[in-house]
Design a protein around this ligand. Structure first.
Ligand code: G4P
Length: 526
C-alpha cells in the first residue's frame, strides 16, 4: 500500500547542539549526502548559505543568529529524511522545545573540546522527558579535546543518558588518524576534507591486522586496540529496541567540517532511527497508521515576505494522508479550512505539494487562523498534548507609546503571542500587560516587529519577577482564596489560564505554604 510504504520511508529528526558545536556544518554535510545541495563549500560560504537556506527574517540577518526553524528534506537509501533545524541561541530555546514535539528522534552534536554545554543540557532534558531516541555525535576530532572515556562519563552524568559508543577515535587533534566503527567493525582513516567516497578512505576489518600498525603507527594502533577492548568489556551490546525506547544513546565520533564520520552516522541513523511515531492527544493516542488525517501546528513563522504580512504555520502530519484543496477541521476555531498551496521544504527550495504523510512537515499559508498547538483533523475533536509553554525567565511591563495605534498594538501583540515569540500576561488587579520571554533578544524583536509589521510602538518598564506559575487545584475554593489574597501577583495568560507571578523563590515558597491545596506548575501543560 502506498500509504504504508510512504509512512515507513520517513525519518523525521532534529539536530540539537550548543551554538558553535557544528550543527549547521553537520546539517549541510547530511544534505550533501542526500544530494539536496550540490556543494558544501568553504566555511565562509556556509555562513552565506546559512542565511540563504534557513534564515527568513530580516532581523535574523541583522543579528546573524538563526531565529528560524526551517525544515529540510532529502532522500537517502530509499528513505525520506526530514531534518528540522533548530535555533541554537538560548533566547530561542522555546522555539527549539516546540520543534522537538514534531520530531521522532534527535542527533545531539557535542564539541569534543568543550564537552557538554549548558544549552545541550536543557535541550536533552526536554528530549528525555519525551523519551525521544537520541544519537550523540562528538564533533571536531581534528582538534585537541577531552579524553573519550571522560567525555562519555560527562555525557552520562550531565545529560543523564546511558551511552554506548558505536565508533571510537584513533587519536585526536594532531594525532587524529581515524575512527573505528564498532557497529560495522572497520576502521576508516582520516584525511582532512576528503570526500568520503574517494578511494583514499582506507578500510580495515580486523583490529589485530598488522596493517593497522603500518597505517597509524604501532603506539596508536595498540592504544586503539586497548580502548576498543575496554569498550567492548564495559558497555553492553547495542540494542535498537532500547534506543527506540529512549533508554540508550549510541555515540559517534567525527569531524563534520572535514566530512569525516558523517556517512557512518547517516548510515546508522537510517538503519536505526524510528519511523513516524504516534502522538498523544487529550482524548486518545493517535497511531500514524490511522487512515484519517490528523496533525498539529508546532511553529508559526511570520514575515517570510516583508511586503505581505503573511505567516507560515508548520504542520506535523501525525496520521493519515494530508491532501491539498481538501477541507480539514480546525478544532479550536470549530471551522473547516482548506489549503490550496501547502508547501514542502527541500533545502532552500519550497514547493507546493499535493499530499503529505505522517512525519512530514507541511507549511500552510496563514492569515491569522493558527496558534501554536492547534489541531487539524477530518472532524474529530482532538487536542494534541505536549506543546507546553515554560515559565519565562525575563519579564517587562509593556506600555503603548502611541495612543492612536492601540488597536494595532493589541493585534500585533496577540499575533506575536500566537506565534510563540513570547508570553503575555494580563494582571488581574489593574489590567497591565506583562511580556515574559526566555531571553532579552525577544524584547527587541517584539518592538521591531510591532513597528515594522503593525505600525505600533511600545516601550518597556522593568518589573521585578522571578517566574510565572500556572495554578490550579482540585478544590476551586483554594484557587479563589489565593487569587483574592494575592491579587497583585495574579495574572491570566492568553488562554485565560490563571498564573501566579512570583517575585522570588521565597515568595513562591510562602504562597505554596499558605495555600497548600493549590498546585503551582512550571509549565502551562499539566
Ligand atoms: P552551529 O551551527 O552549531 O552554531 O555551528 P557551525 O556549524 O556554524 O560551526 C561552528 C564553527 O565550528 C564553524 O567555524 C565551523 O567551521 C566549525 N566546525 C564545524 N565542524 C568542525 C570540525 O569538525 N572541526 C573543526 N575544527 N571545526 C569545525 P567558525 O570559524 O565559527 O565559522 P566561520 O565563522 O569561519 O564561518
Amino acid at each position: 500500500m502506498v500509504f504504508l510504504d510512504e509512512l515507513q520511508k520517513r525519518k523525521t529528526f532534529a539536530i540539537i547542539a550548543h551554538p558553535d558545536a557544528g550543527k549547521t556544518t553537520l546539517t549541510e554535510k547530511l544534505l550533501l549526502f542526500g544530494g539536496a545541495i550540490q556543494e558544501a563549500g568553504a566555511v565562509k560560504s556556509n555562513k552565506i548559505k546559512k542565511h540563504a537556506t534557513s534564515d527568513f527574517m530580516e532581523i535574523e540577518k541583522q543579528r546573524g543568529i538563526s531565529v528560524a526553524t526551517s525544515v529540510m528534506a532529502f532522500e537517502y537509501r530509499d528513505k525520506q529524511i526530514n531534518i528540522l533545524d533548530t535555533p541554537g541561541h538560548k533566547d530561542f530555546a522555546e522555539d527549539t522545545y516546540r520543534t522537538l514535539t514534531a520530531v521522532d528522534s534527535v542527533i545531539v552534536v557535542i564539541d569534543v573540546a568543550k564537552g557538554v554545554e549548558e544549552q545541550t543540557e536543557r535541550l536533552v532534558e526536554v528530549c528525555r522527558m519525551r523519551k525521544t531516541p537520541i544519537i550523540v555525535f562528538i564533533n571536531k576530532l581534528d582538534r585537541e579535546g577531552k579524553d573519550g572515556f571522560d567525555l562519555l562519563d560527562e555525557i552520562e552524568q550531565k545529560l543523564k543518558l546511558k551511552v554506548i559508543p558505536l565508533s571510537w577515535p584513533a587519536g585526536m587533534g594532531q594525532r587524529f588518524k581515524g575512527v573505528y566503527s564498532l557497529y560495522e567493525k572497520n576502521l576508516i582513516l582520516f584525511r582532512a576534507h576528503a570526500k568520503q567516497d574517494d578511494d583514499n578512505i582506507f578500510k580495515i576489518s580486523d583490529l589485530s591486522d598488522p596493517l593497522l600498525d603500518d597505517q597509524i603507527g604501532k603506539p596508536l594502533a595498540d592504544e586503539l586496540r586497548d580502548e576498543v577492548h575496554t569498550i567492548e568489556s564495559i558497555y553492553p551490546e547495542f540494542s535498537r529496541e532500547d534506543y527506540l525506547k529512549g533508554d540508550v544513546s549510541p555515540v559517534f565520533f567525527g569531524s563534520a567540517v572535514n566530512n569525516f564520520g558523517v556517512r557512518e552516522l547517516l548510515d546508522c541513523f537510517v538503519d536505526i532511527a524510528p519511523q513516524p511515531m504516534g502522538r498523544d492527544t487529550e482524548e486518545r493516542h493517535i497511531q500514524p497508521e490511522e487512515e484519517k488525517f490528523t496533525g498539529f501546528i508546532f511553529k508559526i513563522h511570520a514575515n517570510m515576505d516583508p511586503k505581505h504580512r503573511d505567516r507560515i504555520a508548520f504542520l506535523r502530519v501525525c496520521s493519515g494522508t494530508f491532501e491539498r484543496n481538501t477541507n480539514y477541521y480546525h478544532v479550536r476555531q470549530e471551522k473547516n479550512l482548506k489549503f490550496s498551496n501547502p508547501t514542502a521544504f527541500m533545502a532552500s527550495k519550497k514547493s507546493v505539494i499535493d499530499e503529505a504523510y505522517p512525519g512530514d512537515i507541511v507549511g500552510l499559508y496563514d492569515s491569522g487562523n493558527f496558534k501554536i498547538g492547534d489541531s487539524l483533523t477530518e472532524g474529530e475533536k482532538l487536542h494534541f498534548k505536549g506543546i507546553p509553554s515554560f515559565s519565562p525567565e525575563q519579564f517587562r511591563f509593556v506600555n503603548n507609546t502611541d495612543p492612536m495605534k492601540t488597536k494595532q498594538l493589541n493585534k500585533g501583540l496577540d499575533q506575536l503571542m500566537d506565534e510563540g515569540v513570547a508570553q503575555l500576561f494580563t494582571k488581574e488587579d489593574n489590567g497591565r500587560k506583562i511580556i515574559g520571554t526566555v531571553g532579552a533578544l525577544q524584547f527587541d524583536i517584539i518592538q521591531y516587529r510591532l513597528k515594522h509589521e503593525y505600525g505600533a510602538s511600545c516601550d518597556y518598564e522593568p518589573v521585578n519577577l522571578y517566574k510565572a506559575f500556572w495554578i490550579d487545584s482540585k478544590n476551586p475554593g483554594a484557587v479563589k482564596e489565593l487569587v483574592a489574597r494575592r491579587k497583585k501577583d495574579i495574572a491570566r495568560d492568553t488562554d485565560g489560564k490563571l498564573v501566579f507571578l512570583a517575585e522570588s523563590a521565597w515568595s513562591l515558597k510562602m504562597a505554596q505554604e499558605n495555600h497548600p491545596e493549590v498546585d503551582f506548575h512550571f509549565t502551562s501543560e499539566y
